[in-house]
Design a protein around this ligand. Structure first.
Ligand code: KG4
Ligand code: ZN
Length: 335
């Protein structure tokens, strides 16, 4: 049994995990610096980088401990780390740590694309995953519809042309004076409001699979400025309904076009209750297996990075130790 250590530091989570070659998670530790960023209404790159430097050592040690490994000479066969996309200062902390450990332990080092990591998250919880798989990957930084013929194979059908879905949640929440991150707050409030209270645009209902959320965000700002009497819960419910409607229409369109066996949600916004219900309904309608990762597997973690690393190591081999961070690395450029 080969064990790989995964490391993730692309944004505000400092994470380490140990996963074996059958995708069993032996440990997964996630520390978030979110409390440092709340007052600023978003992640402050400089603060995130500094927090990673302070936290990475103890987090790796805990992941090794939790997996029952001896931290001074652990039986690790490789070290996988997110090398992009993400915040450059944050990526460099994980990358340097992973290289140092791989060098010291004399094991392969593997640079992993963060989005490919998210695509491996459903595999860690459902080893009976059915292929081909259609995945809606929605997070604070990305929104994509991806057709996966098999593990590690991805065809990006569409992606956002402006804001990411989570970013739209966070921006609207900020406008409404709610806390950061905004997604969970809006999701909670929406349950008390009416989704029909406001008429909001469902953007880009065209023939392609691209997404767009910035028009919706602007529409919420305009409507709430013009009608200050609208209850906050009604705004939340109407915004959430319009945003998930767009995602679900595009996903439906993709399922009509491509023959798949399963459908999955991934990324932080996959925690959203309306989206989970909508995707479950859609899968039922199309007779597909649905994979909804647990909350811990939706948000950033290192187990998904270790899983993607195991796959890359088996298919493409290790990365060179002079690999640099790629802050804008697109999923479509991963091969
Ligand atoms: O994947 P993630 O942890 O970090 C990125 O890689 O971006 O996603 C964080 C995003 C935030 O924008 C947050 O507001 C959103 O996921 N989010 C949600 C919910 N929980 C988290 N959005 C909508 N509904 C939720 N329940
Ligand atoms: Zn992420």
């Amino acid at each position: 049994m080969a064990l790989v250590l995964g490391i993730e530091t692309s944004c505000d989570e400092t994470a380490a995990a140990v996963v074996d070659d059958e995708f069993r998670v032996h440990s997964s530790v996630v520390e978030s610096s979110i409390d440092l960023h709340r007052a600023f209404g978003g992640v402050v790159p400089e603060l995130a980088g500094r927090a990673h430097v302070a936290t990475i050592g103890p987090v790796v040690r805990r992941a090794l401990d939790d997996a029952g490994l001896d931290p001074s000479s652990p039986a690790i066969s490789g070290v996988a780390v997110t090398s992009g996309p993400g915040l450059i200062g944050s990526l460099l902390v994980g990358l340097s740590s992973a290289k140092a450990l791989a060098y010291a332990w004399d094991v392969p080092f593997i640079g992993v694309n963060h989005l490919e990591g998210h695509l491996f998250a459903p595999l860690l919880e459902a080893r009976d995953l059915q292929w081909p798989l259609m995945t809606l990957l929605v997070s604070g930084g990305h929104s994509l519809i991806v057709l996966q013929p098999g593990p590690g194979q991805h065809d990006v059908l569409g992606e956002t042309i402006d804001d990411a879905a989570g970013e739209a949640y966070d921006k609207v929440a900020r406008w409404l004076g709610l806390g950061y991150p905004g997604g969970p707050e809006i999701d909670r409030l929406a349950k008390e409001g009416s989704p029909e209270a406001m008429k909001l645009p469902v953007s880009m209902i065209g023939d392609d699979f691209d997404l767009s959320f910035s028009g919706l965000k602007t529409a919420v700002v305009r409507a709430t400025e013009a009608h200050r009497e609208i209850a906050l819960a009604d705004v939340a419910a109407s915004f959430q309904a319009a945003l998930s409607e767009q995602l679900l229409r595009k996903l439906r369109h993709a399922l009509e076009r491509y023959d798949v066996a399963g459908v999955a949600l991934a990324g932080g916004v996959a925690a959203n209750s309306a989206l989970r219900a909508g995707v479950t309904q859609l899968a039922k309608e199309f007779g597909l297996v649905v994979h909804l990762p647990t909350m811990a597997m939706c948000t950033d973690n290192a187990a998904m990075i270790a899983a993607a690393g195991l796959h890359r190591l088996a298919t493409s081999g290790p990365s060179p130790l002079d690999l640099s961070a790629r802050p804008n690395w697109q999923l479509a450029d991963v091969s």
